[in-house]
Design a protein around this ligand. Sequence first.
Ligand code: ADP
Ligand code: ADP
Length: 208
Amino acid sequence: MVFENGTAALRDIDITVRPGEFVSLVGPSGCGKSTLLRLAAGFEQASGGSVEVGTGHLGYVFQEATLLSWRTVLQNVELPAELAGVARGERRVAAREAIERVGLAGFEKHKPAQLSGGMRMRASIARALTLRPEVFLFDEPFGALDEITRQRLNEEVGSLFRRDAFAGVFVTHSVPEAVFMSTRVVVLTGRPGRVAADIPVSLDFPRE
Ligand code: ADP
Ligand code: ADP
């Protein structure tokens, strides 16, 4: 991937993520992790090569919670369904279910500013869950959270994944987090970034 200004961000990348695989992407700052995720999401157009992403919905969780401050948790979570033209009743049900799954039941009417950082991140995850994505992309979602909240969210995302077995890619700076969370760890290095290692992780979690 070469940006219009000439910056080369990725080279010779060949990665396939299958349904039921949760791949962590680690590597030094600037090696192209976010770029790779943004290419997968279609936020960037590749300067070369091809990017293919399933046929269903895609969930994307950004580094910051990016909730709309004037909307309640419920209104934020149902936004993707609203934009996709899902009928009001149906999207309410989907949003409430997603809110429940991330442990925010009871907070539907709260505004983002009334929630803790961890709760805002959970609302963001719920928002990405509403359309039941077949592909889930996380761009270093828990970097700004305290260690305890982060560990709790690691466990919760891990359990969402074990339940739904979507194809997931999780960008992180933390190698322990990568190993704990995923079924595979891909290490990118260099500028432009290349795949330095692609390692299966077999912690043998019990499937839920
Ligand atoms: P990481 O997520 O691994 O820290 P990034 O994907 O953010 O790395 O960035 C990879 C490289 O691409 C960096 O050198 C960065 O400065 C550059 N880059 C990212 N986005 C753009 C852009 N829109 N235009 C030009 N260069 C960019
Ligand atoms: P998190 O680990 O998600 O950041 P906290 O540790 O901040 O959550 O909060 C722990 C619990 O305290 C939450 O699950 C919630 O039940 C309650 N809580 C946190 N913030 C609020 C709030 N603004 N109003 C009511 N209850 C809250």
